[in-house]
Design a protein around this ligand. Structure first.
Ligand SMILES: NC(=O)c1ccc[n+]([C@@H]2O[C@H](COP(=O)([O-])OP(=O)(O)OC[C@H]3O[C@@H](n4cnc5c(N)ncnc54)[C@H](O)[C@@H]3O)[C@@H](O)[C@H]2O)c1
Ligand SMILES: O=CCCC(=O)O
Length: 489
């Protein structure tokens, strides 16, 4: 069912291409499901390759104009867009909770998080400075300028339906590019509402487009990858899909940003501030029901405080209220997709079969919707599935360790390297760990590591490219050199 909105104009049941709300060429649709109830919320256009090609042609035409708009004007439109997001945070939060499931307060928090990227990028649009380069040849003057790359495809996931749209498309548009957003089918309504607000803020037709689809995902993804009009593709999602997209982009040699799976170690040393650490851990673990790419996946606890951390965590988890995101006091919602429930159960069964102990929870909840009990597992080891793969659910998995050297080795024993966390009061250790961890991001005594001004990205099989901060906008630009021969002075 559609949520009640103060501003009903935010609700859109069609895709958005070249400033027009549009059905798919085939007329086909797919259903968006409320994960708390299992009910169909709405049917959205199931688009195809043909729809993608139309969108890319129009985004290319819009690019020819948008790239000429001054950075100051682009920035002012983006600033207005951010303001509109904040003014409509309540309604956007309602839409987000309805399709993603996260608690309403957290959903509103995501809207502020989404706006933080636009707020940062609107200033950054004006700061894409080039360079004047001392020439080796005295008869030359050499310059480097940055220019928008062109039409970009932004493929966004279902775990952050608002923030991943602004983090990618906001940066692209600030750079002077035009964007085709393909949100995860499960959570397209938030992206459509954000596109509507972009239009209200003054984005010209064709600058921001949203194509929708769920069953045709493989076809749409391939069409975006192979489209010659599109010069860059930015994706957040699983490593497996990221690799597929990279292969598919090879024929058109697109520039890529891939923000893929994580397996974040959360390392607790016995010299930490324990209450503050547990607080940080709860944030890094149960945010969005454990469905973030930087959620604490492997919680390493130094042996001297291991039993105490197990006890404190069980105490915290027993106070968590899991339920429909609109219910009062709920701090953990359902998982967003049914297959997530099956995945989390498989992780727990595997761990228990290999010697882990369930200290709390451990099962799907016996109610309608995709609910999984917030759970705590102790005595994890590197033979278990969760050691190598993100759980993507509200499960805290604890591993004991003895020494700093040992835990650094354990933490780096992963194919991926996205987020990580270190809790200690030893400053020298902070630096040894921060420099030694093979990851793109390190949280020190905190569980929150993302925001408009902060670079976000991974290494190894977590992908490449940086989103956010002063790096975010440049990812959507090319660097061009200009070598000028001058008459003798
Ligand atoms: N890094 C993240 O933020 C993130 C987001 C979603 C899922 N995941 C990981 O992936 C696991 C499985 O989730 P899932 O079942 O949705 O995974 P999936 O691998 O099927 O899809 C992941 C994302 O990629 C998109 N996608 C899938 N196939 C595509 C294709 N052929 N072309 C273009 N886009 C495509 C989906 O819409 C989704 O947003 C999760 O449990 C989690 O570990 C990570
Ligand atoms: O899951 C991907 C993004 C998570 C975040 O920005 O904190």
């Amino acid at each position: 069912m559609q949520p009640t909105l103060k501003n009903p104009k935010l609700w859109h049941e069609q895709a958005y291409v070249n400033g027009k709300w549009t059905a798919s060429k085939s007329g086909k649709t797919f259903n968006v499901i409320n994960p708390s109830t299992g009910d169909v919320i709405v049917a959205l256009p199931e688009m195809s390759q043909e729809d993608v090609q139309i969108a890319s042609g129009q985004a290319l035409a819009a690019f020819e104009q948008w790239k000429k708009v001054s950075p100051k004007v682009r920035g002012s439109v983006i600033r207005k867009w951010a303001q509109l997001l904040l003014e409509n945070a309540e309604d956007l939060g309602r839409i987000l909770t309805t399709e993603n499931g996260k608690p309403f307060a957290e959903a509103k928090g995501e809207i502020a998080f989404a706006a933080s990227y636009l707020e940062f990028y609107c200033g950054e649009a004006e700061r894409t400075y080039g360079d004047v380069i001392p020439s080796a040849n005295p008869a030359n003057r050499v310059f480097a300028i940055h220019q928008p790359i062109g039409v970009v495809a932004c493929l966004t996931p279902w775990n952050f339906p608002a923030a991943m749209v602004t983090r990618k498309a906001g940066a692209a548009i600030a750079a002077g590019c035009t964007a085709i957003v393909k949100p995860a089918g499960e959570t397209s309504l938030t992206a459509l509402a954000i596109a509507y607000l972009g239009e209200q803020a003054g984005l010209p037709a064709g600058v921001l487009n949203v194509v929708t689809g769920m069953q045709n995902l493989a076809e749409i993804g391939k069409a975006l990858c192979e489209d010659p009009n599109i010069r860059k593709l930015s994706f957040t999602g699983s490593t497996a899909v990221g690799k597929l997209l990279m292969r598919q982009c090879s024929s058109s040699l697109k520039k890529l940003s891939l923000e893929l799976g994580g397996n974040s170690p959360f390392i607790i040393f016995d010299d930490c501030d324990l209450p503050a650490t547990i607080n940080a851990l709860m944030g890094a673990k149960i945010r969005n029901s454990g469905q973030t790419c930087v959620c604490a996946n492997r919680i390493y606890v130094q042996r001297g405080i291991y039993s105490e951390v197990c006890r404190l965590l069980v105490d915290q988890f027993s106070q968590v209220k899991c339920g429909d995101g609109f219910e009062d006091g709920v701090t953990v919602g359902p998982l967003t997709v049914q297959r997530g429930v099956e995945k989390v159960q498989a992780h727990i069964d595997d761990a228990v079969g290999k010697g882990a102990r369930i200290l709390f929870g451990g099962q799907a909840m016996d109610r309608t919707g995709y609910f999984f009990q917030p759970s705590v597992l102790a005595d994890m080891s590197d033979r278990m599935l969760s050691h190598n793969e993100e759980i993507f659910g509200p499960v805290a998995a604890l591993y004991p360790f003895d020494t700093e050297e040992e835990v650094l080795k354990m933490a780096n024993n992963s194919e991926v390297g996205l987020g990580s966390y270190v809790c200690t009061n030893n400053l020298a250790r902070v630096w040894r760990m921060a420099e030694g961890l093979e990851v793109g991001m390190v949280g020190v005594n905190t569980g929150v590591i993302a925001g408009g001004e902060i670079p976000f990205g991974g290494i190894k099989h977590s992908g490449f490219g940086v989103e956010g901060g002063k790096w975010g906008v440049k990812e959507f630009m090319i660097t061009k050199s200009i070598v000028m021969s001058i008459p003798a002075i």
